[in-house]
Design a protein around this ligand. Structure first.
Ligand code: SAM
Length: 221
């Protein structure tokens, strides 16, 4: 990429941060810092780099999407991270949200069901130096039992309901953020908290549109 194009991207990134993140209410300093630091252009298919800081989702391989920057920031802010947590992400996709998470938490475990996306994201995250992220190929509706429980879980695909297995893998005091809706492409973003006594509490945050979560405790393929 030419140095002119790099300068242009930096300017667009600053605009995205002030207009679409701070301007729309994102306040968590660690989230804003991570959104500034992670190069979203490096997670896009060739040819789309200059669109990296537009306020919208973009297509990636396998008919999937990289989420809108505002939604990535909003969901991570909703996890209320302090920097010391073990986080599980379901739906690795491009690896972008995992990279942002890796700068806001201690450890990130991320699961993707499509082999080509899982491999590409793992390689990209390694090359870019996000060494506290582990990628696994599998059905994320079943979580990643081996490393449970998690202080925070974020699901970046829309589910018909909250997968019971993910609730089981949430630590006391933990937060789970997930799009849930009655049709595969329209959801409410829901936050589930497990209190210190183990009880679960649900709240709806906002309306969202995600690709479907497909798996044993998600939609059928
Ligand atoms: N977080 C991603 C990023 O930053 O690029 C965006 C994720 S994209 C909106 C949703 C992803 O969830 C897709 O890559 C899709 O293949 C994946 N997915 C859908 N169902 C899944 C499941 N049961 N387990 C793991 N990944 C799943």
């Amino acid at each position: 990429m030419s140095s002119n194009a790099k300068r242009e991207l930096e300017a667009r990134k600053e605009q995205m941060l002030s207009l679409h993140l701070v301007g729309r209410g994102i306040r968590d300093a660690a989230v804003l810092r991570a959104m500034r630091e992670v190069p979203r252009e490096s997670f896009l298919p060739a040819g789309l780099e200059l669109l990296a800081y537009e306020d919208g989702p973009l297509p990636i391989q396998e008919g999937q999407t990289i989420s809108q920057p505002y939604i990535v920031a909003y969901m991570i802010e909703a996890l209320e991270l302090q920097g010391t947590e073990k986080v599980l992400e379901i739906g690795t996709g491009s690896g972008y949200a995992a990279a942002v998470l890796s700068l806001c938490a201690a450890q990130v475990f991320t699961v993707e069901r499509l082999p080509s996306l899982a491999h590409l994201a793992a390689e990209r995250l390694r090359e870019l130096g996000y060494s506290n992220v582990a990628v696994r190929l599998g059905d994320g509706t079943l979580g990643w039992q081996e490393h449970a429980p998690y202080d925070a879980i974020v699901v970046t695909a829309g589910a018909p309901g909250v997968p019971e297995e993910l609730e089981l893998q949430l630590a006391p005091g933990g937060r789970l953020v997930i799009p849930v809706g009655p049709t595969p492409h329209l959801q409410d973003l829901v936050r589930v908290r497990r209190d210190k006594e183990g009880a679960l509490h649900r709240e709806a945050l906002c309306g969202v549109r995600f690709v479907p979560l497909i798996g044993a405790q998600g939609w059928e393929d």
